[in-house]
Each structure stands twice: as C-alpha cells, then as structure tokens.
Design a protein around this ligand. Structure first.
Ligand code: ATP
Ligand code: MG
Length: 273
C-alpha cells in the first residue's frame, strides 16, 4: 500500500474541517479502505469528537511522533494509534502539540517533520487524512508538505473569499518550494442552509468565481443540528443519523473523492505508457 494523504485545511476556524475529516474518513472505511486519521490540531477536536474525551491523558500522540522524528528516532510500529469501533485508526493529538510549533521554528527541515512521521505509516493505509488547525502556522505547512491532496471546507459566506486567497498562496508556495506534486482536490461547501436564498446565492457565486480555477465539489454538506450533535457522541454521522441528509452528503463526498483518485490514476497510467 502507499496511502494517498489528504490534508483538510482552511485557516478559517469552524468551517467543518474536523467534521469532514471524521466522516469522510469513516465513509472511506465503509468502502473497504484502510484509513488513518491524524489530528494535527492542538485543540484535539478530532480526537475528542471520536470519543477520546481526555486527550491530555493519552501517553502517545502526534507530538510524541514528531519529537521522535526530530531526534531521528523511529517509533515502535503502531504505538499510540487508536482503533475506532467504526473501522478507522486515529493518531490523536493533545495540547502537547501546541509547543511543537516553537520547537519546529528552530528545527532543521522544519517543514518536513510530519512527512517523515507519515513515511512508514503510508505503507499500512490506503488513505491518511490530516485534520489541520485553523491557522497557516508551521504545523499546517507540515501538513501541506506531507500531503498529496488538499480538500478545503468553506462555509458559504461573503468573507470566506479573502481567506481562500491567502490559503491558495500558501499552497502555491509549498508546491514551489517543497512539494511539487501537491494537488487541490477542491472546495467543499459546508453547513449549507438551503432554506435561505442567501446561502444559495453565495454558493452559486463561489462556484462561478472559483469554478474556473478550482474544482468545487458537486456535493454540498447541508447544515443540520444532527451534524453538530455527533462531536459529543464519539460516533460518525453514519451511525448517529444514517438516513439523514448529512450522512447522505458525506456518502456522496466519499464517492467524489474516490472518483478524483481514479481519474488521476487513469491519467497517470496513460502518461506512463
Ligand atoms: P476549527 O477551525 O475550530 O478546527 P473546524 O473547521 O474543524 O473548526 P468543525 O469543528 O468541524 O469545524 O465544525 C465547527 C462546528 O460546527 C462544530 O460545532 C460542529 O459540530 C458544527 N458543524 C459541523 N458541520 C456541521 C453541519 N453540517 N451542520 C451543522 N453544524 C455543523
Ligand atoms: Mg477542527
């Protein structure tokens, strides 16, 4: 196996990154894929929302892995990786990750530490999903450097556009300097309230203005209190409300993500012939 690594990133807070990481991850697992989720946010929301309520008591987290990598030491295989009942693995985060930012600043190859952490893990999974923190700090640059693809959740608001430009700039820079193969899978519209004309208008505006440069996923994630409930339950939307509109949407997103992969593989095969 050689996992494709998907960073779920947007420096704007509260746009649905963590919810998307959990449900896309479990969606892929339901399609028979081996999936590792990596919590790259010191807030540890992904870890908590998957049911590990006290991340600061976990003996091994992403920061343990990163410290080892900084010291050029290997981790014992599988150490600290949690197995969620819905069939995914999780490399959790804790507040320890907050001090990593400072350590990275003075480190050699400070952008590539996470890539080094993921290298041995890539052999064991089909997909590795990185749940990024809401900033463009070094930890997020590490995620973009380790990733093959980026998925950008965006809420349909006027002010989202400016943030997207900044993100695109960082992605371009990472591509130019360290990770030329990085691809943007697309923009995912989240928390869509289809009852309001406003949300629909913004959504079509975004499709028009970005659609030419960037893919905007056909799937839109509807706003629903059901989705907000799951973070307290440690379950995915597929278990919490399997027939609801949010579960349906995340199933469709899973298909779209797999489709993109298939198209790229076909193109690649064509090129190498
Ligand atoms: P942060 O930037 O803080 O990491 P985030 O981008 O990871 O945030 P989430 O934590 O996934 O965003 O979502 C923000 C809040 O919105 C959470 O309380 C979550 O439960 C809620 N939420 C996520 N998706 C939906 C949805 N489709 N409908 C309603 N609420 C949602
Ligand atoms: Mg989050």
């Amino acid at each position: 196996m050689n996992a494709s690594v998907i960073a779920i990133a947007n420096q704007k807070g509260g746009v649905g990154k963590t919810t998307t990481a959990a449900n896309l991850g479990i969606g892929l697992a339901q399609e028979g894929k081996k999936v590792l989720l990596v919590d790259c946010d010191p807030q540890a929301s992904l870890t908590i929302s998957l049911g590990y309520a006290q991340p600061d008591q976990l003996p091994t987290t992403l920061s343990t892995y990163m410290v080892k990598a900084l010291n050029d030491e290997a981790m014992p295989p599988g150490e600290g990786i949690l197995h969620h009942p819905e069939g995914i693995d999780l490399l959790p985060a804790s507040i320890d990750l907050a001090s990593m930012e400072l350590r990275l600043i003075s480190a050699m190859s400070r952008e590539t530490v996470l890539r080094k952490v993921l290298k041995p893990l890539k052999k064991q999974y089909d997909h590795i999903l990185l749940d990024c923190m809401p900033s463009l700090a070094l930890l997020t640059i590490n995620s973009l450097t380790a990733a093959d693809r980026v998925l950008i959740p965006v809420q349909p608001h006027y002010l989202s556009a400016r943030g997207l430009e900044e993100l695109a700039k960082s992605i371009d820079q990472v591509r130019r300097d360290i990770n030329p193969k990085l691809k943007i899978d697309g923009i995912l519209l989240t928390m869509m309230d289809n009852r309001t004309v406003y949300a629909r208008e913004i959504a079509s505006l975004m499709r028009e203005s970005y659609g030419r440069k960037l893919k905007v996923f056909d799937t839109e994630i509807p706003h629903s209190v059901r989705a907000a409930e799951i973070s307290a339950e440690g379950k995915s939307i597929f278990t919490h409300d399997p027939k609801g509109k949010v579960a349906t949407a995340y199933r469709a997103l899973t298909q779209e993500v797999m489709q993109i992969e298939k198209q790229r593989a076909t193109r690649q095969a064509g090129l190498s012939r």
